[in-house]
Design a protein. Structure first.
Length: 302
């Protein structure tokens, strides 16, 4: 189940602390809940995971040469606690050239202020990262209106100068963001949260209670063994599933072959019977013809 958490009113207050604290507290409270469940023998076997696995940070389409202080401060605080995915909202207010320059400015500030985003800094599978990085930060357009475009109803925004389609890659990066979140990297986001952000939070909590570093190392080793065991079991299950699938396919093919052979035998038998019937029919016709000739000849003799 996918849960979306909204934060209305962020950035509206003059005091920035009142903007940051509710969000940071919520993220950390979910980590605390998960940590408490891990300590419980009853819940440990089936822990409800309410941790925040991705934070979509919407940047205003200012098209400026740098990020606002509010954005910089918040992202610096949050990028060490959750997978941050930067998004430029209302991208239809920027031209393609303005959006490209704005993206470059944002990425420069990320490097300058050591703001770590997903998947650039955290993804395990590095092969796909270059394919995604070229769209970061993602430009998106929102619309709750269906518009007819070329005889097809699409979600779009209509202006006097034209129509901007939400799911058109030439108009914005929405489809690439959706692909990242839902189709290709959902599991990796969960694993990154557990292995990096939650582990850091958990380690800080344990150290805060004065637990020795050696114990913490043992905990990490234990977690690593558990994860390796889970991965091994998953791979073994996958191998067994593949083997069962191959056996099933082989049996289906064997059954199909048997049925095909039986069908061919039946067709051959049918064909043979039809030929025999045809031969009998011709024989009967010949007999009838002979009898008719005999009857005619007897009539002539009389």
């Amino acid at each position: 189940m996918l849960t979306v958490i909204d934060t209305p009113g962020f950035g509206d207050q003059l005091n920035r602390e009142t903007n940051f604290e509710p969000i940071i507290n919520y993220v950390e409270s979910q980590y605390d809940n998960y940590l408490s469940a891990e300590k419980s023998q009853e819940k440990r076997q089936n822990i409800p995971d309410t941790r925040v696995h991705a934070l979509l940070y919407f940047l205003p389409p200012t098209g400026g040469s740098c990020l606002r202080d509010l954005d910089l401060e918040f992202l610096q605080r949050l990028c060490t606690k959750v997978n941050v995915i930067p998004v430029i909202a209302k991208a239809d207010s920027l031209s393609h050239e303005e959006a490209a320059l704005y993206k470059q400015a944002i990425l420069r500030d990320f490097d300058k202020y050591d703001i770590r985003t997903y998947p650039t800094h955290h993804a395990d599978d590095r092969d796909f990262v270059p394919n995604v990085e070229k769209y970061i930060p993602f430009t998106v357009i929102g619309s709750d209106t269906m518009v007819d475009v070329g005889g097809k109803a699409v979600r779009a925004r209509r202006y006097r100068w034209g129509t901007v389609e939400v799911e058109n890659p030439e108009h914005c990066d929405f489809v690439h963001l959706r692909e990242l979140l839902i189709r290709t990297n959902m599991q990796d986001l969960i694993e990154t949260t557990h292995a990096i952000h939650y582990s850091q939070h958990r380690a800080a909590k344990i150290r805060g209670k004065g637990r020795p570093e050696s114990f913490l190392a043992c905990d990490d080793y234990y977690e690593s063994r558990i994860e390796n065991a889970k991965r091994g079991l998953a791979e073994e299950m996958q191998r067994k599933e593949d083997d069962m699938r191959q056996r099933f396919v082989a049996k289906v093919r064997e059954k199909e072959q048997n049925l095909r052979e039986r069908e061919e035998a039946l067709n051959a038998t049918r064909q043979k019977m039809m030929e025999e019937l045809e031969a009998l029919r011709r024989a009967v016709e010949n007999e009838e013809s002979a009898l008719n000739e005999l009857a005619i000849m007897k009539g002539l003799k009389k």
